[in-house]
Design a protein around this ligand. Structure first.
Ligand code: GLN
Length: 241
C-alpha cells in the first residue's frame, strides 16, 4: 500500500453495479476499518479518468447498454489495465468479467471488443442463468471455503489458457458454455458471476483482496457470527435449488 490510507476504487458505479455490487467496496472498507486500518472509497464515474494508483479496485455487473458505456470508458482511460499490470488486486463481477475479456457478444448478437485483461470471451447462452450459485474454490485460488452468491446473466464465458477458473460449480450454472466452472483468475485480477454482494457473503474472498491490497500475508481474524449465519442460510437455500 503506497499511503497510510487504503484506497479502494469503485469503478463506474453509475453504469456498473446491479444488485448492490457497490457493496463490495463497502465491505472492503468496513473490514479494513474494523482492524484499525484507515480506508476510503474513491468512486470513479463516467465523467472521470480511471486512476492507476489505487490499492484495490472493484467493478460490478451491468445490463447490456450500460456495459457498453463502461467498455468504452475503460478503453479510453486504461488506468485499470495499468493497475493490474502493476499487480494491484481487482475484483470484477458478472458483466465486468465480460468487459475485461477480449470480446463479448450482446443478447442482440453484436460483438463488442473488451479490454483484454482476461484471456476469455463471452457469447449469449440459449437461456438466461438465474438463481443461487454455490461453488468450490480452485485449489490455487488462495481460498478454501465454499463461495455463495446469486447469478443473473445471459452470457456464457469461455476461458483461454492464460485465465484459470476461480471455482468449480456445485449448484447453479457459473460461466456456462458447457463447463461446470465459475469465474476467472489472471494475475491479480479475480472475476466472478457471484452477486450478493459477493464480498458480504464471502468474507474469505474479501480478506484475500484486502491482504493483497495491504501487502500482508495474513490479517487478524474478524469473527462476525451474523455473517456465518447468513452464509449457512444462503448455502442451504442454494443446495435446495
Ligand atoms: N449483460 C450481461 C449478461 O446478461 C451481464 C449481466 C449482469 O451483469 N448481471 O450476461
Amino acid at each position: 500500500m503506497a499511503e497510510s490510507t487504503l484506497r479502494i476504487g469503485l469503478v463506474l458505479p453509475d453504469v456498473m453495479g446491479t444488485y448492490g455490487d457497490g457493496g463490495n467496496a463497502l465491505v472492503l472498507r468496513q473490514r479494513a476499518r474494523m482492524r484499525g486500518i484507515d480506508a476510503e472509497i474513491i468512486s470513479i464515474n463516467l465523467t472521470d479518468p480511471v486512476p492507476e494508483s489505487l490499492d484495490v479496485y472493484t467493478l460490478g455487473g451491468a445490463e447490456d447498454y450500460a456495459q457498453r458505456l463502461a467498455t468504452r470508458h475503460l478503453t479510453r482511460y486504461p488506468g485499470l489495465q495499468r493497475a493490474a499490470e502493476a499487480g494491484r488486486p481487482v475484483l470484477a463481477i458478472c458483466a465486468a468479467i465480460q468487459v475485461l475479456g477480449h470480446w463479448y457478444e450482446t443478447s442482440a448478437g453484436e460483438r463488442v471488443a473488451g479490454i483484454s485483461m482476461f484471456d476469455l470471451t463471452t457469447v449469449p447462452q440459449d437461456k438466461r442463468s438465474i438463481g443461487e450459485l454455490i461453488t468450490e474454490p480452485a485449489l490455487d485460488s488462495g481460498l478454501t471455503k465454499p463461495l455463495t452468491g446469486f447469478e443473473n446473466h445471459r452470457g456464457g464465458t469461455t476461458l483461454g489458457s492464460d485465465a484459470r477458473p476461480l471455482a468449480r460449480v456445485k449448484h447453479g450454472v457459473g460461466n456456462g458454455a458447457g463447463e461446470k466452472i465459475e469465474g476467472a483468475i489472471q494475475g491479480s485480477v479475480i472475476g466472478t458471476y457471484l452477486h450478493g454482494p459477493a464480498l458480504a457473503r464471502n468474507p474469505e474472498l474479501a480478506d484475500l483482496l484486502l491482504s493483497r491490497a495491504l501487502g500482508v500475508d495474513e490479517l487478524d481474524a474478524l469473527p462476525l457470527p451474523e455473517i456465518e449465519l447468513l452464509r449457512r442460510e444462503r448455502l442451504a437455500a442454494g443446495r435446495r435449488g
